[in-house]
Design a protein around this ligand. Structure first.
Ligand SMILES: Cc1ncc(COP(=O)(O)O)c(C=O)c1O
Length: 384
């Protein structure tokens, strides 16, 4: 297929990013080392969280946190049905059971009432997902969770830099997982982090991240470091490399600019598509700061002369890349085997039916946003 005129996503990598990685390659320190430690400190300073653990994915951050909390067989964790599979897969891998809950029609975020209904005496945690970068209703979710002694682990894969009523995402629930995957608001290629104010949790995650080795063993290649280490429990191999952290530090330094550029493109979509009767534009709360990871419009499938899949096909034929976030979890065969079936989560199903994620990336020009909007109008209102 020919290269897309306007891709769904274009990475924001500049020469300073390239130089930072090259410098790290020359430094001789490739795996977790000084850049990882600095990256953790800088992420803590940016988010306002007291402790940050850098790891090799958001999936790892979510998994390690649940493990560190001792969640396992016999436990349940509530997960919104409108998310990427990783949010629930990690629960399965602990031996606990994910319990799916429906989302809100307005913003596709976890519906606090659906969360409350999903609670049983076995519920140990909930994982709200800040869909597209718009924070969940954390006051309501926290109030329900606190009343029942349920821990709150935020999936902020889309939401680094988001603010909820003035508070940075990363400082709200008991712990918050971020993603630095290639397409995310800032990237390390593959990478993630867990932010928390809980020192004990952070220390436990640090040990589990690298084989279950004692903390001291982390420094075993430093001058004066000892070759001796102890495996205190059966851990994983989820550490971030210094190469990735070098890129992450550069990306973090320009994250505010990247977010502003995303916000400008999103606002241009709003201005341009405001009067389009067949599209519902994303809802957001002016009291929050949206990170604009995604710009997801909803096609009015009842009134549109063309279906969602056909709109996507025709956009691709015009050289415009799109995606769909998300296929509700209960539509996947692995989840059906856990007992769910289509019809179980009507709100998520309605949202999915019309959802189209439009191109959105920091270097997107006004002309590119306008071209996407023009193409949409041509497709939705064919002449003659
Ligand atoms: C909502 C959500 N959670 C978790 C993840 C997993 O992130 P990672 O690829 O860093 O493990 C993603 C990735 O796309 C995501 O969209």
């Amino acid at each position: 297929m020919a290269e897309l005129r306007i891709p769904f996503f274009r990475p924001a990598i500049d020469e300073e990013d390239v130089a930072a990685v090259a410098e790290t390659l020359r430094s001789g320190w490739l795996t977790s080392g000084p850049n990882v430690r600095e990256f953790e400190r800088e992420l803590a300073a940016y988010t306002g969280a007291r402790f940050v653990n850098a790891v090799n994915s958001c999936t790892a951050a979510l998994h390690l946190c649940l493990r560190a909390w001792g969640i396992g067989p016999g436990d349940e964790v509530v997960v919104p049905v409108y998310t990427f599979s990783a949010t629930a897969t990690v629960v399965v891998h602990t031996g606990a059971r994910p319990v799916l809950a429906d989302v809100r029609e307005s913003d596709a975020n976890l519906d606090p009432e659906a969360f409350e209904r999903a609670i049983t005496p076995r519920t140990r945690a909930v994982i709200p997902v800040h869909f597209a970068g718009e924070p969940c209703d954390m006051d309501a979710i926290l109030a329900i969770a606190r009343a029942k002694g349920i821990r709150v682990l935020e999936d902020a894969a889309h939401a680094i830099g988001s603010r909820y009523r003035g508070r940075m995402v990363g400082t709200i629930g008991d712990a918050t997982a971020f993603s630095f995957y290639a397409t995310k608001n800032m990237t390390t290629g593959e990478g993630g982090a867990l932010a928390t104010d809980d020192e004990e949790l952070s220390e436990r995650v640090r040990v589990l991240t690298l084989h279950g080795m004692t903390k001291d063993a982390w420094n075993r290649y430093d001058a004066g470091g000892s070759w001796r280490y102890d495996i205190v429990e059966f851990g994983f191999k989820d550490n971030l490399t210094d190469l990735a952290a070098a890129l992450g530090r550069r990306q973090l330094a320009k994250l505010e600019q990247l977010t502003e550029a995303r916000t400008r493109a999103a606002m241009r979509y709003f201005a341009n598509l405001r009067d389009e009767p067949l599209l519902r534009l994303p809802a957001f709360d002016a009291a929050n700061r949206h990170a604009w990871h995604l710009f997801v419009v909803r096609l009015d499938t009842e009134r549109s002369p063309v279906g969602r899949d056909e709109v996507i096909r025709q956009l691709a034929a015009r050289g415009i890349g799109t995606s769909v976030h998300f296929i509700p979890l209960h539509y996947h065969s692995a989840y059906r085997r856990l007992g769910w079936q289509p019809g179980d989560f009507p709100v998520a199903e309605r949202i999915f039916e019309g959802a189209i994620s439009l191109p959105l990336f920091p270097s997107m020009t006004d002309a590119e946003v306008d071209a996407v909007c023009e193409a949409l109008r041509e497709i939705l209102h064919p002449r003659g």
